[in-house]
Design a protein around this ligand. Structure first.
Ligand code: PAN
Ligand code: ZN
Length: 186
């Protein structure tokens, strides 16, 4: 008879930390993502802005498969604009995704194909369904890391170029010590 197999990956539910041989970690530094902010600031280029751990058990592009990840957006600002992810539409536009808040405080910016935008509070235990055709970006408005879990289809892919070229219609800035949503000037 076959023996019982050990799990090949694990998620520490309270910290979001993933472990296992197939788990990969990618760090985005200020040098990598400076272009997403409205203005630049002389931060050290190696400053980590966010980190993504991912567990991708099927080859990228597999129809019907799932990927799992944890994003950590570090606390910080660039000229008053909070640290955030690059943000993307999925390459296959109709692919949806789940996010859930693990720790920290922030916002999830959602933008549909007509550039209509919503900002949803991200809190520990909050569950967020990102429908297809919807660009998504995480913003850390707190002073500790914003940790968010994610599960998305392995054939979703990522379209970063549309956001790099057109951005989101709003930005999240600190104004009088509090996060505020302001119209983007580009
Ligand atoms: C997430 C994101 C992660 C980093 O896993 O990829 O938060 O954000 P960017 O990919 O926009 O840099 C996800 O939405 N995957 O589809
Ligand atoms: Zn996504």
């Amino acid at each position: 008879m076959m023996g019982f197999e050990a799990p090949v990956a694990a998620v520490a539910l309270l910290s979001g930390t993933l472990s296992g041989d197939l788990v990969e970690t990618a760090v985005k530094t200020y040098a990598d993502v400076a272009a997403i902010f409205a203005e630049t600031e002389a931060l050290p280029p190696e400053t980590p802005v966010y980190e993504v751990q991912s567990y991708c058990p099927a080859p990228e592009g597999t129809e019907g498969g799932l990927f799992f990840g944890t994003s950590r957006i570090f606390p910080g600002k660039v000229n008053g604009e909070y640290f955030m992810t690059k943000g993307h539409f999925h390459g296959k536009r109709d692919r949806a995704e789940f996010y859930w808040g693990v720790s920290g405080q922030g916002l999830l910016l959602l933008m549909d194909a007509k550039r209509r935008c919503r900002a949803v509070s991200v809190v520990p235990g909050g569950l967020y369904y990102i429908p297809g055709e919807t660009a998504h970006r995480l913003v850390n408005t707190g002073d500790e890391p914003l940790v968010v879990g994610a599960c998305w289809p392995s054939d979703a892919g990522h379209d970063y170029d549309t956001i790099l070229e057109q951005g989101f219609p709003v930005r999240i800035r600190e104004i009088e010590g509090k996060p505020a949503i302001v119209e983007s000037e580009g």
